[in-house]
Structures are given as structure tokens and as C-alpha cells.
Design a binder for this molecule. Structure first.
Ligand SMILES: *Cc1c(COP(=O)(O)O)cnc(C)c1O
Length: 228
């Protein structure tokens, strides 16, 4: 398992470098978040042993449990899933990042519950870029107001935007969705928000996401294999 996970990680790192060159972006401007949801802690230890430090989870309970078991490692935990009010404390106390903010109320709870002994929680707003009814995230049009609200909250640092485009999208549609989110980030930056993060791109579409400006790729299957 160790060897396979290391091979997968280095293959992806290599692809990232190639795509950065092709997109005329500096190598090092794109980081890899290993999405370990549903995977055992042994798989996380294996990836850690090959140098991976950023891990993503999308269930609050699972993140807290894994953070407890793996507290001997210097992992940065990213919460990337839908977040309910009654689970914010678990995330505020265990995560370094939250990519999936979609409501002011959730951001406020995270702000209140973030222990002052920890560094500010780094957060992104999740954008429902394809305006899918079943998808998490705020509408593009609501992004500036939520960004303004979050930027005024203590113990949170707004870093940028996150999206999960529609599963059924063609490459052309994906490209369009990613570039819409990039344009939305640029618009916020133009208004003076100090943002630097576009969390987009998964196992099946990350090269396209890099071409459209992604700075954090969230990759699970291509590292750890299929989930059951
Ligand atoms: C599961 C998940 C991923 C990783 O998906 P893969 O297709 O396994 O790479 C990325 N982002 C979010 C929000 C996820 O829930």
C-alpha cells in the first residue's frame, strides 16, 4: 500500500508540474490536498511517509477522530464537506482550513468556536458555480456579501473560493465553470480582499483546473484508490 500511494503521489506531482509548464504558471503555485475521506488512518500514514502533509476530510466526526489518532504527525487538516451547525465545534477545534463555507451563520459559529490558542482558521467560500439545485455552495451573485461578512469575523482568515462543478460536465463546460470562479476571485481581489486561493480540481479534472488558475487541488481517488 505504502509503495502504491507514494507512486500515485509522485505521478500526480509530475502531472502538476507538466500542466503548470503548459499553462505558463510557476511550479509551486499549485498545492496538492490529499482527500482521505473514508480511508483508514494507515493510508494517511503511508502518504505522510512519502512527504504529504495536507489532508482533506468531509465528515466532521471523521476528521476529529483521525486528527486524534494521528496527533503524532504534523498534518494540516482541511475540512471540505457540507457543514451542519451542530458539527462546527469539531471542525473549529481540529481543522486548519475549511473550504466549504456557504452560510454566514456557519462562518460565525466557526469564528466564535475557534480556540484563541490556535492560529486563525483559513477559509474559502464554496461557490455553486453551475447553480445546481442539489449542490452545496452559494450562488455567484451572493459571493461578495458573504466575503464581506466573513472578512469582518475574528479568528477566520478568508483565503478564496472553492467549487465542485457538475459531474456531468464536458471538458468545455468544466473549463467555463472553473474560469467563472477564477473571474469571481479576481473581482473580489479588485475590491481589495486579500485572497490567494482557488480550491478546484479533483482526480478526473485537475489538469483543466490548473489551466484555469487552481491553487489547491483536492484529490482522493487518484492517490488512495476508489472509495467503497
Ligand atoms: C471526495 C472529494 C474530493 C476528491 O474526489 P476524487 O474524485 O476522489 O479525487 C474532492 N473534493 C471534495 C469536496 C470531495 O468531497
Amino acid at each position: 500500500m505504502q509503495q502504491l500511494i507514494c507512486e500515485n503521489l509522485s505521478k500526480i506531482q509530475h502531472q502538476i508540474e507538466l500542466q503548470c509548464v503548459a499553462s505558463q504558471r510557476p511550479a509551486g503555485g499549485v498545492s496538492l490536498l490529499a482527500v482521505s475521506k473514508t480511508k483508514p488512518t494507515e493510508s494517511i500514514r503511508a502518504a505522510y511517509a512519502c512527504g504529504q502533509r495536507e489532508f482533506g476530510e468531509n465528515y466532521a466526526q471523521e476528521l476529529a477522530e483521525k486528527a486524534r489518532i494521528l496527533h503524532d504527525l504534523s498534518i494540516h487538516w482541511h475540512f471540505i464537506g457540507p457543514l451542519q451547525s451542530n458539527k462546527t465545534r469539531l471542525v473549529a477545534e481540529n481543522a486548519h482550513w475549511v473550504h466549504s463555507i456557504e452560510r454566514e451563520k456557519i462562518a460565525r459559529r466557526l469564528s466564535e468556536q475557534r480556540p484563541p490558542s490556535l492560529p486563525d482558521l483559513q477559509v474559502c467560500i464554496q461557490v455553486n458555480v453551475d447553480e445546481e439545485e442539489t449542490k452545496s455552495g452559494v450562488s455567484m451573485i451572493d459571493v461578495p456579501d458573504l466575503a464581506q461578512a466573513i472578512s469582518e469575523m475574528p479568528r477566520l482568515q478568508l483565503r478564496g473560493l472553492m467549487c465542485i462543478p457538475s459531474r456531468t460536465s464536458s471538458d468545455t463546460q468544466l473549463k467555463k465553470s472553473f474560469s467563472l470562479v477564477q473571474a469571481s476571485l479576481d473581482a473580489l481581489k479588485a475590491k481589495g480582499f486579500p485572497l490567494d486561493t482557488l480550491s478546484m480540481g479533483m482526480s478526473h479534472d485537475y489538469p483543466l483546473a490548473i489551466a484555469e488558475g487552481a491553487t489547491i487541488l483536492r484529490i482522493g481517488t487518484a492517490i488512495f484508490g476508489a472509495r467503497e
